[in-house]
Design a protein around this ligand. Structure first.
Ligand SMILES: Cc1cc2nc3c(=O)[nH]c(=O)nc-3n(C[C@H](O)[C@H](O)[C@H](O)COP(=O)(O)OP(=O)(O)OC[C@H]3O[C@@H](n4cnc5c(N)ncnc54)[C@H](O)[C@@H]3O)c2cc1C
Length: 623
């Protein structure tokens, strides 16, 4: 059997789906390969979407025409506003998606495209001609040909599941691994390494004593991830909070000799941002109370995800430890927690378009590039789908930069920086946190979306009109003034606002913490706008100076790139560095500040602290 299409996508996970949909929306004929059609869009770990950094990625993927944000808005059990009391750059959303609805509805979406063919076959080999990919072979000896191919194979390449001393080949629990494809990648010049990740046990809802746990809800009227979502109501099912006790910690300590991390069964690096319960007790043996969130996975099941309890300890240990947690005394485990080791490709062999440098027309996206997370995978899938389509149409690739998006940061980081663990997007990776917010993703990437060509033209035009209106209104507010007349001060007094002694701009008034757009009405003719327009007008006016200051600070710090770091520096003595920055600095031992910019996990804040410390150190030496 041989077949020809425009683009082959290997992988029906979050990267593969976005790649497939983007290419199909750009008019390409796509064949999507997956190991199990029923597991398309499966969430291997917690069915949670969003959070810091990831929310921003979702909003960016959305405006570029991706599906993840809209689909999460449609198929979730709860959406929560996070960091509501913090600064505007920290305000993000987090959703508990409905694992089964998400998966089934995504499959339906893919099947609704007449130019997408879905095949349940295991791809085993690349077909190349003169270092250009021509297609793929599958384990059942079928050959498929295409102008470009995208690999989005997740944790499936030579995947090995580990629970205590027991291990077996699997792409994730309950699914086969792909044993041959990475050999083919190696043969054709791609460097293949191994990473590891892990997941907690799932327990039966019926076995929880809800009188001992705290019920927590999301928002009744939430904001949404997608700028296109229009929904009047949203489910708001609870999650539950409990915590570890002294008995839990003692039980973990008792069982540590069985932990694959301690025994050395797992030697590969896993994500430090998501430590296992074993790792938490090893690193912080004195800490007793770790939060444990019990989260429902779907309306269609009674499985509860035990968030905060990632482990690959043996089954008996998982059970013993869980029973020490309030509310879980009679716990019934439905699926045990486990770790998985898998092959990934060195992302330094990619171009910013996500095409490989060594094989023409071969693109990689998602966990295969050493990243971790659904949102990270989806963002890369979208970019790979767009760029594979553009490449075969003879067009320039869509490249995002560090200063316009978290997607740009993600791709630049994995291409250029040393990765010692699966990569996850974090706000600290951005130099421009105030500019790269979730709420303004649709505005900052409007032009890029036009260039990408995936999003409906009508939607783009509509958003462009809103964007123009926002800019005009901000200008009008900046250029209007109020004067210290009696009436003005009386009105301010009635509003419990401090009066004015001299002329001020309406923008200055709006910048007051207690003010908002509707409150400036007595002094300024306000207009009727949509909720998202008002939000943008207010943020733009209130934060304009801070955003400018942020940019200035970066320029200042960049001037220190040639600044030498004394070789005898002791990073443990540099107060204020984040733990991850400290560890990575110790590991890499940079010689100057320019090299520090290339170390993952070191934020602009850390670099600032480091420069000040070195300056002090040098002054001290001179004395
Ligand atoms: C145990 C576990 C724990 C995790 N923990 C976390 C966590 O704590 N935090 C976090 O952010 N993320 C975690 N993840 C990762 C998260 O699930 C992934 O980052 C995300 O799903 C990656 O998306 P993807 O599209 O790259 O790959 P996946 O979602 O893994 O999808 C891969 C797809 O490729 C298909 N495939 C693979 N090889 C072939 C082949 N040769 N032929 C045909 N089809 C193929 C598979 O069938 C599947 O459809 C975890 C994953 C696992 C398995």
């Amino acid at each position: 059997m041989t077949e020809k299409c425009d683009i082959i996508v290997v992988g029906g996970g979050h990267a593969g789906i976005e790649a497939t949909l983007a290419a199909a929306r750009l008019g390409k004929k796509v064949t999507l390969f997956t190991m199990n059609i029923d597991c398309i869009a499966m969430m291997s770990c917690n069915p949670a979407m969003g959070g810091p950094g990831k929310s921003n990625l979702m909003a960016e993927t959305d405006i570029l025409g991706g599906e993840i944000a809209k689909h999460t808005d449609e198929h979730n059990l709860q959406i929560k506003n996070l960091n509501t009391t913090k600064g505007v750059s920290s305000k993000v959303l987090r959703a508990q998606a409905d694992k089964h609805h998400y998966r089934m509805k995504m499959r339906e979406k893919l099947e609704s495209f007449s130019n997408i063919t879905i095949r349940q076959e295991i791809v085993s080999e690349l077909i190349l001609e003169n270092s250009t990919i021509m297609g793929v072979k599958t384990e059942i000896f079928n050959s498929y040909f295409a102008l470009a191919t995208i690999l989005a194979t997740g944790t499936f390449l030579k995947g090995k599941v580990i629970i205590g001393d027991f291990s077996y080949s699997a792409g994730r629990q309950g699914e086969n691994s792909a044993e041959e494809l990475s050999n083919s990648l190696r043969e054709h010049g791609l460097e293949v390494f191994r990473f590891q990740t892990a997941t907690p046990p799932r327990i039966s809802k019926n076995s929880i004593d809800f009188s001992k746990v705290e019920e927590m809800f999301g928002e009744d009227m939430p904001n949404y991830f997608s700028v296109r979502t229009k929904k009047d109501e949203n489910l708001n099912l609870p999650t539950w909070l409990t915590h570890t006790t002294i008995e839990t910690i003692e039980m973990v300590k008792k069982n540590l000799p069985h932990s694959p991390i301690v025994k050395g069964t797992i030697e590969t690096h896993g994500p430090r941002h998501c430590p296992s319960i074993d790792r938490k007790v090893i690193n912080f043996p004195e800490k007793i109370k770790h939060q444990i969130f019990l989260e429902q996975e779907s309306l269609e099941s009674s499985e509860i995800y035990v968030n905060g309890f990632t482990t690959s300890m043996p089954a008996f240990a998982q059970e013993e430890i869980l029973k020490t947690i309030p509310g879980l005394e009679k716990v019934e485990i439905m699926r045990y927690g486990y770790a998985i080791e898998y092959d990934y490709v060195n992302p330094h062999q990619l171009k910013h378009s996500l095409e490989t440098k060594v094989i023409e027309n071969l693109f990689l996206a998602g966990q295969i590039n050493g990243t971790s997370g659904y949102e990270e995978a989806a963002a890369q899938g979208l970019i790979a789908g767009i760029n594979a389509s553009k490449k075969i149409s003879g067009q320039e690739p869509l490249i995002l930069s560090r200063s316009n998006s978290y997607i740009g940061i993600l791709i630049d980081d994995i291409l250029t920086k040393k990765m010692i663990e699966p990569y996850r997007v974090l706000p600290s990776r951005s130099d421009f946190r105030l500019s790269l917010r979730q709420d303004n993703a649709w505005r900052r990437l409007l032009e890029k979306s036009r260039e990408a060509g995936v999003l409906d033209r009508e939607v783009l035009e509509y958003l462009s009109v809103l964007d123009k209106q926002i800019n005009e209104e901000v200008k009008r507010i900046e250029e209007a003034f109020i004067y210290p007349t009696k009436e003005v001060n009386k009105t301010l007094e009635n509003m419990e606002e401090v009066g004015i002694k001299k002329r001020i701009s309406v923008a200055d008034l709006l910048r007051r913490e207690s003010m908002n757009y509707s409150k400036i009405e007595p002094f300024f003719e306000i207009k009727e706008f949509e909720k998202k327009e008002i939000e943008q007008i207010e943020i733009e006016v209130k934060y304009r100076h801070f955003i400018a200051k942020e940019r200035e600070q970066i320029i200042k710090i960049k001037e220190h790139e040639a600044f030498l770091i004394p070789s005898e520096i002791n990073y443990d003595k540099v107060n204020g560095l984040s733990n991850i920055a400290r560890e990575n600095l110790k590991d890499v031992k940079p010689e100057n500040i320019e090299q520090v910019f290339n170390i993952l996990g070191v934020s602009i804040h850390d670099i600032n602290i480091l420069i000040l410390y070195i300056k002090e150190l040098k002054k001290g030496r001179l004395i």
